[in-house]
Design a protein around this ligand. Structure first.
Ligand SMILES: [Zn+2]
Length: 151
C-alpha cells in the first residue's frame, strides 16, 4: 500500500459565523487544501459537528465554498464511522478524502456502504478532481438546497 500523505500542519482553525477561518501563518501547507493533506486533516477535524458553509484562510488567498465543505464534513463522518474497521482508511479519509472514497468504493462490502451512507462517495464523485472554491455540490440529485434564512 502507498504511504499516507504527509500530515504536517500547523494551521489553527476557528469558526466565525458560518465560515471556518484558518490561520495558516505558521503552516508550511498554507491551508492550501488542494495540495496540503495535513491542512485537509486539520480542517476535517475542525469542521466536525459545526455548521460551516465556507472555509477561508486568514493569511492567504485560499477560499473554499460549500462543495469543499461538504466533502470534508463527509470525510470526517466517514473517518469516524470506519475507524473501528480500518484505522488506516480513517486516517486517509482526513488526509485525502477522494483517495479514501475511491479505495472504499473499490473494496466494496461494509466499507463501501459506509462511504455511501456518510455521503463521502457521492460528494467526492460529484466534485470530481476539483477544489474549486465556488463549487457547490448536489448531494441528493434534487438540486441545490436554499437556506431558509440567509442572515
Ligand atoms: Zn495547515
Amino acid at each position: 500500500m502507498a504511504p499516507l500523505p504527509d500530515p504536517t500542519c500547523r494551521c489553527e482553525a476557528r469558526l466565525a459565523g458560518s465560515v471556518l477561518v484558518v490561520d495558516a501563518r505558521d503552516c508550511p501547507g498554507g491551508a492550501d487544501l488542494s495540495n496540503a493533506p495535513g491542512c485537509r486533516a486539520t480542517v476535517v477535524t475542525a469542521l466536525a459537528g459545526q455548521n460551516a458553509r465556507a472555509i477561508r484562510a486568514e493569511s492567504g488567498e485560499n477560499r473554499y465554498g460549500p462543495g469543499v465543505v461538504a466533502l470534508l464534513v463527509a470525510a470526517g463522518r466517514f473517518a469516524d464511522a470506519v475507524a473501528d474497521r480500518d484505522e488506516r482508511l480513517a486516517r486517509l479519509a482526513r488526509l485525502d478524502p477522494r483517495g479514501a472514497a475511491r479505495r472504499a468504493t473499490a473494496r466494496g462490502g461494509p466499507v463501501a456502504d459506509l462511504a455511501a451512507e456518510t455521503g463521502l462517495a457521492v460528494v467526492a464523485d460529484g466534485l470530481g478532481g476539483t477544489w474549486d472554491p465556488s463549487l457547490s455540490v448536489d448531494r441528493s440529485g434534487r438540486g441545490p438546497r436554499h437556506p431558509e434564512n440567509s442572515g
